[in-house]
Unconditional design. Structure first.
Ligand code: HEM
Length: 732
């Protein structure tokens, strides 16, 4: 039953909560607005979610004047609950973790008799799981406990819909982009539902921090609270996310400082992340300025001893010179020109030493043979990849007119620069969302089981062509809604693509592959026409329907995109190959993984870092730019050696050690910047599922290298054929 006294109190408080100011911030390329949530009574945007959660619980009679509210939060949500509970006259037990700001903790301890603080993280679930464990304990101890459960309580989402979102819609007649930092998912879910209702064609861009798992990234140690999460919060699935941007903690710190210098706003970490994301996203924007809004989610005062303290920033290597998340400062600090250039050797071990030596010698080098510039260092690779205005992807590839492979040109994001890249990627990201990919889990499991069943029981099998490649091709085909006959074509084509990257392969005939590409193009045109007449709930139909700024994809672009998904998707096949090679060469790691399958997530990240499938990516400098202290003139081919950057000793401690649970592991195997792998979430999901089932169904796996064909590591780490010796268990 509703406690009427409490209900009247909370309704009166709603009338006292004024809408926060919408402030216009001058910006050279966009019309930018900040909604100043930091002026809320609790100091942050969380006030709205906390208010609505308490209000609804009071209305349902779940909170009365005898209630003790118990909640896990590392900061703002606890502060919002704190003033609300104090005003309502009910008790609060906040449960904090060691990342909490000192100022927040002091305020809470001064307000409440009991404040709980956990000590250590729980596995990959981090501090959040420790806090949730402690909440459960406290709930057992207190009488009339109420747990708001901000991570899955849809009332929090509703608060942002009814309050924050409604205020935004009332103040802003037009909105093209809304950037939202994500943590519990409530803010982005509530706001995205509201703005997509109120503004036609608005894009909602989710901003997460490296090390958070919300958008499918690998978990790693983070120093700053307020954004990201070590578990994927269920509320995120209720958000309509058009695109996402992942920001490093170093960029987060820079974003906060920029906001302060450029606009005089002292904001907290999540706001700095969002501001950095906006600047990165619109760095090359030309043409009419879109209307962009974001929340100034909280103030910077609690971060005085962290983000705004130069000593803390230096100690955590988050300043401009550190170059990477959690980078160490060992090794060369400046690039030096190189006089002695040796060509990369083909032998794998020698090649890895060559990369290591080059990186140690100078992270940026110019080859005297005039074959361009080579970037080996981690921070320097990020500099190139983050600057598409200077380093173009469009000019890096040339295809003869009339070539069958023209199929790969239309809609090929990899070979595109802004602004076209941004438009097209925006359209694709609108449908190929993390939520969409998460929903593919049952289909991926089924594909893996199907192909495992085909090799199961064989003492030796050809892992690439009988397992990894068909699994990856079938997943792409089924995701696109391709019927079974067409799936066969996808698998054959996938095999062709693999043979193309192995110059010595018997089945490598350019003519034959070109014939199949033409066949595939004809098939896809016919399939697309069918889908246009008769749409389904697959990715192809979603691509047909997708619209951004009044623009839709042409048939050639959709077909080019499908070709791109299938061809770049092969990286997942080769990463599955690399995983087995790494585990074969590190039997102790294989045994450990068999005993603790929860390590699969970090183990896959380590495989990507250690045997970096995409050895290098190509760019062309289109204007002069300085990278790592070296001036690269316009018109130069630039090779970014991702495999070297992922072994950069300034960033990775003992990179030559294959360390299953390496953390942090901010590798660049999936790229960086605007071309960051679009299929990252899908790749991670299919690789983890395939390895989990393979390990569960075998007691022994090893590689017969004599009967295998490893690829040339100077181009790609992987194998076109891999004979695996297996002992199978009874588990099916
Ligand atoms: C572990 C497996 C994978 C690895 C290591 C990987 C690696 C990469 C890298 C390094 C890039 C950036 C290229 C550049 O900067 O020039 C990239 C881009 C891309 N990847 Fe992946 N990839 C993987 C799996 C996949 C899968 C499964 C798909 C889709 C089915 C996919 C689709 C794409 C697309 C479409 C792009 C282009 C994005 C753009 O240019 O905006 N990738 N990938």
């Amino acid at each position: 039953m509703t406690d009427v006294v409490l209900w009247e109190r909370i309704e009166a408080m709603r009338r006292e909560m004024p809408a926060t100011e919408l402030r216009r911030l001058p910006h050279p390329r966009i019309e930018l607005y900040a909604k100043m949530e930091l002026t809320n009574p609790g100091g942050s945007t969380k006030d709205r979610a906390a208010y609505w959660i308490l209000r609804e619980a009071i209305r349902r009679g779940e909170i009365t004047r005898r209630t003790t509210v118990v909640e896990s939060s590392s900061g703002n949500f606890a502060l919002s609950l704190s003033w609300l509970c104090a005003r309502l006259g009910i008790q609060l037990v906040p449960v904090l973790d060691p990342n909490v700001n000192g100022a927040t903790e002091r305020t809470l301890r001064r307000t409440w008799d009991r404040v709980e603080k956990v000590e250590g993280p729980v596995g990959a679930g981090g501090f959040l799981l420790s806090r949730l464990d402690r909440v459960a304990e406290v709930m057992k101890e207190v009488d009339h406990g109420y747990w708001p459960d901000q991570y899955s309580n849809t009332d929090g989402l509703r608060g942002h819909y009814e309050l924050t979102g409604a205020e935004l819609a009332a103040a802003l007649p037009r909105l093209d982009y809304l950037f939202v930092g994500i943590s519990t998912g409530a803010t982005i879910a509530g706001l995205s539902q509201r703005v997509t209702r109120d503004y036609a064609g608005v894009s909602v861009v989710a901003v997460d921090v490296a090390g958070s798992v919300i958008l499918g990234g690998p978990p790693s140690r983070r120093y700053l609270p307020g954004i990201g999460s070590s578990i994927r919060p269920p509320l995120i699935d209720q958000a309509t996310i058009t695109e996402s941007v992942i920001v490093s903690e170093r960029e987060e710190v820079a974003g906060c400082h920029d906001l302060l210098r450029e606009h005089g706003v002292l904001a907290g970490g999540s706001t700095g992340c969002v501001y950095a994301a906006i600047n990165r996203y619109f760095a090359d924007r030309q043409g009419p300025a879109p209307v962009v809004a974001f929340l100034c989610a909280d103030g910077g005062e609690p971060y005085r001893n962290t983000i705004y303290d130069p000593a803390w920033v230096d100690a955590h290597h988050l300043g401009p010179a550190a170059g990477a998340t959690a980078a160490s400062t060992k090794g060369p600090s400046m690039a030096t020109p190189v006089t002695e250039w040796t060509s990369p050797p083909q032998d794998e071990a020698e090649f890895v030493s060559w990369l290591d030596a080059r990186c140690a010698q100078a992270p940026v080098q110019c080859s005297p043979k005039q074959d361009g510039w080579h970037v080996f260092g981690y921070a320097e690779a990020m500099e190139v990849l983050a600057n598409p205005g200077a380093f173009s992807s469009a000019t890096a590839v040339d295809l003869p007119e009339g070539s069958a492979f023209q199929l790969f040109r239309e809609g090929n994001l990899s070979w595109m620069d802004p602004p076209r890249h941004r438009q097209l990627r925006g359209l694709v990201s609108r449908v190929f969302t993390p939520r969409y990919v998460a929903g593919l889990a049952p289909m991926i499991e089924a594909c893996v089981e199907e192909y495992l069943a085909a090799v199961r029981g064989r003492p030796r099998f050809e892992y690439v062509n009988d397992f990894a490649s068909p699994v990856v091709a079938t997943v792409v085909a089924r995701m696109l809604g391709i019927p079974s006959q067409g799936q066969e074509l996808f698998r054959a084509w996938s095999g062709d693509l693999l043979s193309l990257i192995d110059p010595g392969s018997k089945s490598n005939s350019l003519k034959q592959v070109a014939r199949r590409v033409r066949l595939m193009a004809a098939y896809l045109h016919e399939y697309l026409a069918r889908r246009r007449r008769n749409p389904g709930d697959d990715l192809t139909s979603a691509l047909v329907r997708a619209e951004l700024d009044g623009e839709r994809l042409s048939d050639d672009e959709i077909i080019g995109l499908i070709a791109l998904l299938l061809s770049t998707g092969q990286a997942a096949t080769l990463t599955l190959v690399n995983a087995v090679i790494c585990l074969d060469r590190h039997p102790a790691a294989m045994a450990r993984l068999r005993g603790d399958p929860d390590l699969l997530g970090p183990a896959v990240e380590e495989v990507m870092r250690y045997r970096n499938q995409t050895t290098r990516v190509a760019r062309q400098s289109v204007r002069e730019a300085t990278v790592g202290g070296q001036t690269i003139p316009a018109g130069q081919p630039v090779t970014v050696w991702l495999a070297a950057a992922n072994w950069d000793r300034r960033v990775f401690d003992r990179p030559e050690v294959f360390q299953l649970d390496r953390s942090p592991n901010p590798h660049l195997a999936l790229g960086y910047g605007i071309h960051f792998c679009l299929g990252a979430a899908l790749a991670r999901q299919e690789i983890v599922v395939a390895l989990r089932r393979l390990l569960a169904q075998t007691s022994h796996l090893s590689v017969d290298y004599e009967a295998s064909r490893l690829l040339d590591p100077r181009l790609i780490f992987g194998a076109s054929e891999l004979t695996v010796v297996a002992r199978w268990t009874d588990e099916a």
